[in-house]
Design a protein around this ligand. Structure first.
Ligand code: NAD
Length: 374
């Protein structure tokens, strides 16, 4: 089989879907030929020569990749100009933004067999393939680094001859993969950290990292909802939102930095930080809205911009993993390799699209010109 790695062309996308490390694994055994577009890894600091040393063939253009590859590995879903180069029954693996159906419909119409990595089932066996987790982990770290860089004060408490500097107070909203890493990173920098989430099991996780949990008391009816589904949260309803907002409003007045990560799959992000809450923050405070691409947890944040409103810095960088490209690509590429190992026979190199496997079936988005989920 020929495995193709084109350079990503989406604006600001610095990641690449295979690294020399994973190319070496694909090429091992001599069953697969790996084609890498010249310069595909450069923005992630992976050189063409390293891909060649790992067993890849460097080709000069995307046309050469799409023209020959049976299986195309991407980070982002194809742009129209890329899709035009793809052919029927060619296979594609990537972050295809499956909740926006127009993109998937175009891929299906082209007859491409596509796997959307966002749909990977969240079961233990699939953890090593979970691109959302690997990228969210890095994004949570970088969100705090950006917040620290934007904040005009120190993160840790300092006692100096010139007097004492107070530790920054940080609130993390949404304690999934990104939120947990954000808590750990802010703690390492010496901040005083509080966090909140709708899923009650996160309380213990927050406390085990040395942070304080902001707990919204749940009614009996809400307890079941709050467990979520498949590791993801569900919409908690208006009444919960009001109680959460009242509690958060009190805490936010004291906060210097707020990092919001709250997402509900397939739905707009919940609004957690209102304009009034922003107004209540001290000038120079920072909000990093990691949900900005899904509409934002704060209505004042702007996509891919850092703006100052009511004296508060609002950071709305959508693609935080792309700001840590070498490590993001390394983890993403390993996730794809582990996923493809479900279908590529290690001994013979034969490809088996085994729809009996729930990980393969859950991720398969288009086949035979049709969308798998209508
Ligand atoms: P996510 O990115 O979908 O959401 C981020 C967080 O926002 C979640 O914790 C969610 O509960 C929270 N949230 C949603 N609405 C909120 C609201 N109104 N207020 C406050 N918080 C709100 O989630 P994620 O980071 O991808 O993962 C969520 C969970 O899934 C984690 O516990 C993670 O450990 C688990 N997980 C399991 C596997 C696996 O078993 N294979 C893989 C990945 C993640």
């Amino acid at each position: 089989m020929q495995i193709g790695i084109p350079a990503e062309i989406r604006t600001g996308e610095t990641r690449v879907a295979a690294t020399p490390e994973t190319v070496k694994k694909y090429a091992q055994g001599g069953h697969h030929k790996v084609l890498v577009q010249a310069g595909a890894g450069l923005a992630s600091s992976y050189q063409d020569a390293d891909y060649v040393a790992a067993g890849a063939t460097i080709v000069s253009s995307a046309v050469d990749v799409y023209g020959s590859a049976d299986l195309v590995l991407k980070v982002r879903g194809p742009e129209p100009s890329e899709l035009e180069q793809m052919r029927r029954d060619q296979m594609l693996v990537g972050l295809l933004a499956p909740y926006r159906t127009e993109g998937l419909q175009a891929i299906a119409a082209r007859g491409v067999t596509a796997f959307a990595m966002e749909w990977l089932p969240r079961i233990s066996r699939a953890q090593s393939m979970d691109v959302l987790s690997s990228q969210a982990n890095i994004a949570g770290y970088k969100a705090v680094m950006i917040a620290a860089n934007t904040y005009g004060r120190m993160m840790p408490m300092l006692m100096t001859a010139a007097g004492t500097i107070k530790a920054a107070r940080v609130i993390i909203m949404g304690v999934g993969v990104a939120g947990l890493q954000a808590i750990a990173t802010a703690k390492r920098l010496g901040a005083v950290v509080e966090a909140t989430d709708v899923r009650p099991e996160t309380k213990e996780q927050v406390e085990s990292l040395g942070a304080k949990f902001i707990e919204v008391p749940l009614t009996d009816a809400e307890k079941d909802l709050a467990k979520g589904q498949g590791g993801y949260a569900r919409d908690m309803g208006d009444d919960y939102r009001k109680r959460q907002a009242a509690l958060v409003a009190e805490r936010i007045k004291q906060a210097d930095i707020v990092v919001t990560t709250a997402l509900i799959p397939g739905r707009p992000a919940p609004v957690l930080v209102t304009e009034d809450m922003v107004k209540s923050m001290r000038p120079g405070s920072v909000i990093v809205d990691m949900a900005v691409e899904q509409g934002g947890n704060c209505p004042l944040s702007e996509l891919d911009r850092t703006v100052v409103k009511h004296g508060v810095h609002l950071v709305g960088i959508a693609n935080l993993p792309a700001t840590v490209p070498a490590d993001s690509s390394a983890l993403y590429a390993r996730n794809l390799y582990n996923f493809l190992a479900l279908m590529l026979d290690g001994k013979t190199g034969a490809f088996n699209l085994n729809r009996e496997d729930e990980v393969v079936a859950g991720t398969l988005a288009c086949i035979g010109g049709e969308l798998v989920r209508k």
